[in-house]
Design a protein around this ligand. Structure first.
Ligand code: ADP
Length: 319
């Protein structure tokens, strides 16, 4: 193997740049040439390639987003699109591909592998829903961003004796909400994986106020409910002064945390080593801290579930 490609696909996540840097620097260290494919599979189909010498990844480890840009590409979902993508790689002399992204991006990578280009995935999503590994790149940073927001909102919540409902990202998963709710000391955390009743939320709020609580924070995962609906319900049932904050896309940006930078560096480098070892259709990951290659099919079969222990702890500590 002499030349490999790297692309970022699907939703961006803080730490993608650190992973790109690790791929490029490890590959060059191993005597390989690296081609950056811009805008994910869309750029692959357009031939939007550029060489990535060692200096091309300087000064990016601390930046959120992705210097290769990312995209969603419907055309690549078709057999014809996948074949064209394969042909583009062959034309460019690319003999292996590292795909930084989520579940959908790995499905595309699996197709390329079946067509004959070895592919290795690196799990990048703030949602942290890719299973069969300890953590996904970007999650820790997103939770850190949410915590900073909750801490600030708590100051004003206390001053005004208000109830705040804060909606966080995570698509269909509640990992961000659970971690941020626990670390941010929320009164209630609503996530899609665990059934909840707004009556219980209200009853808990009222118990807290009766005990003399000056403020309440309720964290809602976007996949569980709309914060504005929860806020209306609470205000209607209790008459408490209630405010709603939807944190939105601030959660996707910002400098990656140390954990995300270290994870991204390890997995980016390991992805290159896996290609050199002849592996394909696998995800570079850590399990119990150790580097492992997980077959894509195993990844597709294992969506991460929120830890029962953390759910119980969040409940106990918020009483
Ligand atoms: P993520 O990788 O973050 O899960 P998406 O699910 O949007 O994001 O997938 C990113 C891109 O991966 C899609 O726009 C598409 O080009 C490609 N992709 C997704 N699913 C498949 C699939 N089943 N087969 C081939 N390519 C796919």
């Amino acid at each position: 193997m002499q030349k490999i490609g790297v692309l970022t696909s699907g939703g961006d996540a803080p730490g993608m740049n650190a992973a790109i840097r690790a791929v490029v620097r490890t590959a060059i260290y191993r005597g390989l040439e690296v081609v950056g494919i811009r805008r994910g599979y869309a750029g692959l189909l357009d031939g939007d390639f550029r060489p990535m010498p060692i200096e091309s990844v300087g000064d990016i480890i601390q930046r959120g987003g992705t210097c290769l840009f990312t995209a969603r590409c419907k055309e690549f979902m078709t057999e014809e699109g996948q074949r064209r993508g394969y042909e583009r790689l062959v034309e460019a002399g690319i003999e292996g591909l590292v795909v930084l992204g989520g579940d959908g991006s790995f499905r595309g990578a699996k197709r390329l592998s079946e067509l004959g280009i070895p592919t290795v995935g690196v799990p990048c999503t703030i949602d942290n829903d890719i299973g069969a590994c300890d953590a996904n790149i970007g999650f820790d940073t997103a939770v850190q961003t949410v915590i900073q927001a909750i801490d600030k909102i708590r100051d004003t919540a206390t001053s005004h004796e208000r109830t705040y409902v804060i909606e966080v990202m995570g698509r269909h998963a509640g990992h961000i909400a659970l971690a941020a709710g626990l670390a941010g000391g929320a009164e209630s955390v609503l996530i899609p994986e665990v059934p909840f009743s707004l009556e219980d939320v209200v009853a808990k709020l009222q118990r807290g106020v009766a005990r003399g609580k000056k403020h309440s924070i309720i964290v809602v995962a976007e996949g569980a409910a709309r914060a504005v609906d929860v806020g209306h319900y609470i205000e209607e049932k209790t008459g408490f002064d209630t405010r709603v904050t939807v944190l939105g896309h601030v959660q996707r940006g910002g400098a990656p945390t140390v954990s995300d930078r270290v994870l991204a560096s390890r997995l980016g480098a390991f992805a290159v080593e896996l290609l050199l070892k002849g592996e394909t259709a696998v995800m570079a990951a850590t399990q119990n801290g150790a580097l492992v290659a997980v077959p894509f099919d195993e990844v597709f079969a294992s969506v991460r579930q929120p830890s029962q222990e953390l759910c119980e702890l969040a409940e106990i500590l918020s009483n």
